[in-house]
Write a protein that binds this ligand. Structure first.
Ligand code: NDP
Ligand code: ZN
Length: 186
């Protein structure tokens, strides 16, 4: 293993943990938010992913950082200086435009995902796979979500990932398995 790659990966994980340190996931046990971006990176590196065994480091870094622009005080300039343009541009492709309403942001993800870079598509696939996995378990999902709300999230998520899955048939198959047979614990 290249020691500088190891250093870059671990310092990116550390940066994400610091950036998200004041945030919790929306579920009954309120886990540290950084659990989710780390899960997204781990899914991309996992044997189930078509990037295995040589995932590009920039994709893993962007996965760990995919919510820092959207959800933390981190600026684009800070990200560029620290991680460079390749990683920063993938993160920007994965960030919603917060000036839009929630409804418009959901539609924008459906409309824009077919036109994203392959790198951003990989991150989008793993991001949805992580969130769907959380939503399937009663303990993992946000408190108070109705069955209808969970179902709507599955339908929306499928519309986003169907235009991305060609870049990563491994994770695409995991997602399709969930859309076909996924059950949610009540
Ligand atoms: P979202 O549907 O956007 O919430 C899901 C997002 O929250 C995920 O994409 C994920 O994003 C993040 N998240 C945090 N914790 C968890 C977790 N434990 N499990 C899964 N995801 C988690 O909710 P909003 O509050 O933004 O609501 C927006 C939309 O929800 C509305 O436009 C409407 O369509 C719908 N809605 C439906 C209702 C219904 O009853 N049917 C009621 C209210 C809203 P990330 O990857 O960024 O962490
Ligand atoms: Zn996410």
């Amino acid at each position: 293993t290249d020691p500088s790659l190891t250093f870059q990966l671990l310092s990116t994980a550390h940066f994400a943990a610091v950036a998200h340190s004041q945030q919790r996931r929306k579920s009954p046990s309120s886990p540290a938010y950084v659990q989710h971006p780390l899960h997204v990176a781990a899914l991309l590196a996992s044997p189930a992913s078509s990037l295995h065994p040589n995932p590009p480091i920039e994709v893993l870094q962007a996965a760990m950082l995919h919510d820092v622009i959207e959800d933390t005080e981190t600026t684009v300039q800070e990200l560029r200086e620290r991680f460079g343009d390749v990683v920063t541009n993938i993160v920007l492709e994965c960030s919603d435009d917060k000036s839009l309403s929630k409804e418009a942001r959901k539609q924008a993800q459906i409309d824009h995902s077919p036109h994203k870079s392959d790198e951003a598509k990989h991150v989008k696939l793993a991001d949805k796979l992580s969130n769907l996995t959380d939503l399937m378990s009663a303990k993992g999902r946000p408190a108070g979500w109705s069955v209808q709300r969970i179902q709507e999230y599955f339908v929306w998520s499928k519309r986003v990932t169907d235009s991305c899955k060609h870049v990563n048939p491994g994770l695409g198959e995991k997602l399709d398995e969930i859309y076909r047979n996924g059950t949610f614990e009540l």
